[in-house]
Design a protein around this ligand. Structure first.
Ligand SMILES: Cc1cc2nc3c(=O)[nH]c(=O)nc-3n(C[C@H](O)[C@H](O)[C@H](O)COP(=O)(O)OP(=O)(O)OC[C@H]3O[C@@H](n4cnc5c(N)ncnc54)[C@H](O)[C@@H]3O)c2cc1C
Length: 331
């Protein structure tokens, strides 16, 4: 039996697992995806690696500051310039100066792989039911496996936590509701063209369609003009449940063509993120359900603040579990 089963191998789950394992607990992580990293996501398209989740890395507090130093020294992060503007006029974007941020030369998932290198992670395992027993949990996965654990951490977006705990947690015992902005990530290749701007990434604060535009080819394949463009939450909300995203991709491609005077692309792909960025937070470092066998939930929805918040929440969850193990049990 595991001491702790952690569901979700994103930044929160990995940081939680690292701490618990370092203290000698028998820990395993389970993730429904084939890869690890969650929203730190990289995929291969047209012989290039593209970050279609988190596009660039930035320091949001003490945890990301310390990790940035370490990852930069290891060559897992490199400089990347990102300009931020409220202007929706591409003529204004020509002269914007980028601020110092970081990109992952081997892809964002390489960061997760590095952080999780000593952990046991079962990939392609989607938790479907969680059954409380007298002194442990029984976890059942879509793939048919059953696992027992003394404690469980759900390191998932909050709506996915609610789905898994729906049958045995009353509404009163749920964390406060958190709402998410979805996103559509459009990956598009134009071959050997050149887009000349003094920045590598653009963060648009008032554009009706686009939140970020990344000159992705510059990360790993500078002879290719490849863009990864993420839509705003309000745009994505309108199309999120469409079975076929091809018509919306055409609309987005047309908009890019107009903005940057581009020809037809050589290829494109689109990815939907139902839970991309929390719009609010629960305000607590983690959530402890009032079950007799310990069940906790963590992730970026606890503190907010993206990657910094996800790391902080995973670490705080581990600290709580370790503290509770050190407490003498009551007679
Ligand atoms: C398009 C996009 C842009 C973003 N931009 C920024 C930004 O600019 N700045 C910033 O700070 N943050 C940004 N973020 C958010 C940032 O990536 C997240 O805050 C952070 O990665 C969340 O980590 P997490 O561990 O909490 O959750 P996740 O990374 O979502 O990890 C949860 C994991 O749980 C797994 N899972 C879910 N359900 C199950 C199940 N039933 N069984 C097993 N596994 C399951 C998932 O596969 C996933 O791997 C962005 C995210 C996206 C998608």
């Amino acid at each position: 039996m595991l001491d702790v089963a952690i569901i979700g191998a994103g930044l929160a789950g990995i940081h939680c697992g690292q701490q618990l394992q370092a203290k000698g607990l028998k820990v395993a992580l389970f993730d429904k995806s084939r890869g690890i990293g969650g929203r730190l996501a990289t995929r291969r398209v047209a012989d290039q690696s593209l970050d279609h989740g988190l596009s660039y890395w930035e320091i949001g507090g003490e945890h990301t500051a310390a990790l940035t130093k370490k990852l930069t020294a290891l060559g897992l992060l490199q400089s990347w310039s990102v300009a931020t503007t409220a202007s929706v006029d591409p003529k204004d974007w020509q002269t914007l100066v980028g601020e110092h941020r970081w990109m992952a030369p081997d892809g964002m998932t390489a960061i997760a792989k590095y952080l999780a290198q000593d952990l046991v992670i079962h990939r392609g395992q989607q938790l479907t039911t969680l059954q409380p027993m007298a002194n442990h949990w029984v976890l059942t996965f879509a793939q048919g496996e059953t696992v027992t654990a003394k404690q469980v951490v759900l390191a998932l977006p909050l709506p996915q936590v609610i789905t898994l705990t729906y049958s045995f947690i009353t509404v009163r015992d749920r964390p406060p509701e958190v709402f998410y902005d979805p996103a559509l990530s459009l990956m598009v290749g134009y071959g050997g063209l050149n887009l000349d701007f003094p920045w590598q990434g653009l963060h648009l604060t008032k554009h009706p369609l686009w939140r970020t535009i990344s000159r992705e080819g510059e990360k790993r394949s500078p002879s290719n003009m490849t863009l990864v463009c993420q839509t705003t939450g309000s745009f994505a909300s309108a199309y999120l449940d469409r079975a076929d995203l091809a018509p919306v991709a055409s609309q987005l491609l047309e908009n890019l063509q107009t903005l940057f005077h581009l020809p037809q692309p050589l290829w494109w792909q689109i990815h939907r993120w139902r839970y991309a960025i929390p719009k609010n937070s629960s305000g607590q470092a983690y959530y402890r359900f009032s079950t007799s066998v310990p069940l906790l939930a963590c992730g970026d929805w606890c503190f907010g603040h993206g990657i910094e918040g996800a790391i902080a929440s995973g670490l705080a969850t581990a600290t709580f579990l370790l503290d509770s193990l050190n407490k003498p049990t009551l007679p």
